[in-house]
Ligand binder design. Structure first.
Ligand code: HEM
Length: 143
C-alpha cells in the first residue's frame, strides 16, 4: 500500500477496532459455517455466547492480529514481517480445516461491517480492497 492508502486503512480501522465482540458477532451471524468450526461455539445460539469471556477472548485475538498487520502496512521494509504473520495465519487455519471460501466469507463480512460503521468513501473502499487483496494473495494459497 502507498503511505496514503495505509493511512486510510489505519484511520478507518481505528474507528471500529474497539468493537471486537460486535465484529466477530457480525461475522458469525452472516456465516454460521464459520462459527461451526469453533469447538467452543459450534451448535450454540449466537446470542448465548456473544457475552461470554471465551467469545471476547477470541474476538480480541482476531482484531489484534488485524491491528498488528494494519500497523505494519504502508512501509515496504515491513513486507517480510507481514508475509510471515499472514503465512502463519494461513498454515494454522489450514490445520483446523478452514477453507479459502470461508476466508472469502470473512472478508465479505468484514467489509460489510466496515462499510456500515466508518465513513466509506470510494478512496477508503479502494484502500481496503487493495489491502485485503494483498493479504489474501498470501493466505489463500496456504489454505
Ligand atoms: C484461531 C477458525 C478466520 C485469526 C482460530 C481457531 C479456530 C479458528 C477454530 C482456534 C480457536 C481456539 O482454539 O480457541 C477460523 C475460521 C475462520 C477464521 C473458521 C474463517 C474465516 C480468521 C481470520 C483471522 C483469524 C480471517 C485474522 C484476521 C485467528 C487468530 C487465532 C485464531 C489470531 C488465534 C491464534 C491461533 O490459534 O492461530 N480460528 N478462523 N481467523 N484465528 Fe481464526
Amino acid at each position: 500500500l502507498t503511505a496514503d492508502e495505509a493511512s486510510l486503512v489505519q484511520s478507518s480501522w481505528k474507528a471500529v477496532s474497539h468493537n471486537e465482540v460486535d465484529i466477530l458477532a457480525a461475522v458469525f451471524a452472516a456465516y454460521p459455517d464459520i462459527q461451526a468450526k469453533f469447538p467452543q461455539f459450534a451448535g450454540k445460539d449466537l446470542a448465548s455466547i456473544k457475552d461470554t469471556g471465551a467469545f471476547a477472548t477470541h474476538a480480541t485475538r482476531i482484531v489484534s492480529f488485524l491491528s498488528e498487520v494494519i500497523a505494519l502496512s504502508g512501509n515496504e521494509s515491513n513486507a517480510s514481517a507481514v508475509n510471515s504473520l499472514v503465512s502463519k495465519l494461513g498454515d494454522d487455519h489450514k490445520a483446523r480445516g478452514v477453507s479459502a471460501a470461508q476466508f472469502g466469507e470473512f472478508r465479505t463480512a468484514l467489509v460489510a461491517y466496515l462499510s456500515n460503521h466508518v465513513s466509506w468513501g470510494d478512496n477508503v473502499a479502494a484502500a481496503w480492497n487493495k489491502a485485503l487483496d494483498n493479504t489474501y494473495a498470501i493466505v489463500v494459497p496456504r489454505l
